[in-house]
Ligand binder design. Structure first.
Ligand code: OOG
Ligand code: NI
Length: 449
């Protein structure tokens, strides 16, 4: 019998499109950025048919135009736990733990995202979700005031809560319920230009940390950016000023390479937005910004360790004058990182998806993976990195929080505490890539006999 429920992948797709539409209305520059990214992506695909064919073969061409990640920040364990249930309705699960306190930001985070191959192909929508760590606020009165304000809000509509319970109880939502759910869930992410506190409270919290004010003083965890995926981040960065967008100085992540690895990101500055505070006082707040990203192959633990050590070595050398100099310096350090898929795979630095080519097996000298690849019986294609990078995330946070970066929060990593708030353990992203790689190899070898 066919399931009466709308597939989770479809609910997620509806939701990510609705979110994109809402953010386009809220932040018109986002629409401009999406158009710029689409133009550059089209040019890249036209100029590089081999890349187009590879993306097509990996099922990534179709998802490119809808591919986005967003970010929100919540204030309490209850909010985080309820979000987990909300995202689960759309087939999005917490993957990875990110400790941002080392970067002077009093939050820790995970990414809610689809986890299996088919779901990722359909729509890989991800939401980077941070939980405020009130315990890192030093002044007791301020900490209590923030907790009190947070206790007084409900970031979910009554219907959203009801539909989450319905989905859990019956194992899904029918189409009408799903559409209603998408509308109601969207409300949690909407911008509110009315603060829930007076200007003095806002300022006290903001003086402690701008991010604390952003989390505490509003009715909900407004989506603070929505990021399209580009195939050429350097080109989009170059064209941003002409489109009237002012990018942050430096593209975060690895340098440009023949075989892109992990994730490269850049953002435009947060907008200053006028806010009405309790008691009708007028003021402003900067929260929402734009970002683009270019994704490459996921790295193994070994590959990631090499990435981290080369990035650290370059950072130790010190900041460069501008992005060109920064990229040139990074490229120097990354000469020690192999830059062909054959090498990355053979040296166990990156993850690959294996696929069988029927009829070619007899050409292989023996049954080994290498011989089968050599004979063309087995094809390995890069598995896209679906996650985030803490150093880059810190750079994005900081460029949008302005100065006043502090280091007192250093080394407060507490995954157990985060998972207790969340209500489940996060999935280890490396184990997940490993499983997907292994499953594809097993299936390919089985079909080759
Ligand atoms: C999240 C910043 C992290 C990314 O792409 O690394 C992020 C935030 O500012 O809330 O989105
Ligand atoms: Ni982001």
């Amino acid at each position: 019998m066919m399931s009466p429920w709308l597939p989770q992948d479809q609910i997620r797709d509806l939701f990510s499109r609705a979110m994109s539409e809402m953010y386009r209305q809220e932040v018109p520059q986002y629409g401009t950025l999406v158009e710029l990214v689409e133009t550059v992506n089209r040019e890249v695909l036209d100029a590089d048919p081999a890349l187009a064919a590879e993306l097509e073969a990996n099922g990534e061409l179709a998802r490119l135009d809808v591919e986005r990640h967003g970010a929100i920040r919540v204030g309490t364990p209850e909010e985080l736990a309820m979000l987990r249930r909300l995202f689960a309705v759309m087939g999005m699960y917490p993957v990875g733990y990110y400790d941002l306190s080392v970067a002077g930001v009093p939050v820790h985070s995970t990414a809610f995202r689809p986890v299996d191959d088919e779901a990722l192909k359909r729509n890989p929508f991800r939401v980077f979700t941070s939980l405020l760590r009130l315990e890192l606020i030093e002044q007791p009165e301020l900490r209590e005031r923030a907790a009190e304000v947070l206790a007084g809000r409900d970031i979910f509509t009554p219907d959203a809560r009801q539909l989450i319970e319905t989905a859990e109880a019956q194992g899904g939502l029918d189409e009408e319920q799903a559409r209603h759910f998408v509308d109601e869930a969207l409300e949690t992410f909407r911008w509110h230009r009315q603060a829930t506190v007076d200007l003095a409270t806002y300022q006290a919290l903001s003086n402690e940390h701008r991010l604390i004010a952003d989390v505490v003083c509003f009715r909900g965890p407004h989506i603070n950016h929505l990021t399209p995926r580009t195939l050429d981040i350097d080109e989009v960065q170059r064209r941003m000023p002409r489109a009237g967008i002012d990018p942050k100085a430096i593209v975060e992540g690895p340098p440009r390479r023949d075989c892109p690895i992990l994730l490269r990101q850049t953002s435009f500055k947060a907008l200053e937005e006028s806010i009405t505070f309790a008691g009708n006082e007028e003021g402003s707040h900067t929260a929402r910004f734009g970002e683009i990203e270019q994704r490459g192959v996921a790295l193994t633990r070994r590959g990631r360790a090499l990435y981290d050590s080369l990035l650290n070595a370059s950072r130790k050398r010190g900041g460069a004058a501008d992005n060109d100099a920064h990229q040139a310096q990074l490229a120097q350090f990354f000469r020690d990182f192999p830059d062909s898929h054959d090498l990355l795979r053979r040296e166990g630095l990156a993850f690959y998806h294996y696929r069988a080519v029927p009829g070619r097996r007899s050409a292989a000298a023996d049954g080994s993976v290498e011989a089968l690849i050599e004979a063309g019986a087995l094809v390995a294609s890069p598995i896209t990195y679906e996650d985030f990078l803490p150093v880059s995330a810190a750079g994005i946070f900081q460029s949008n929080l302005g100065d006043g970066v502090r280091d007192e929060y250093a080394s407060h990593s507490n995954q157990a505490q985060f998972e207790e708030a969340l209500g489940v353990a996060v999935t280890d992203e490396l184990a997940l890539y490993e499983r997907r790689q292994e499953a594809s190899l097993k299936e390919a070898l089985a079909s080759l006999g």
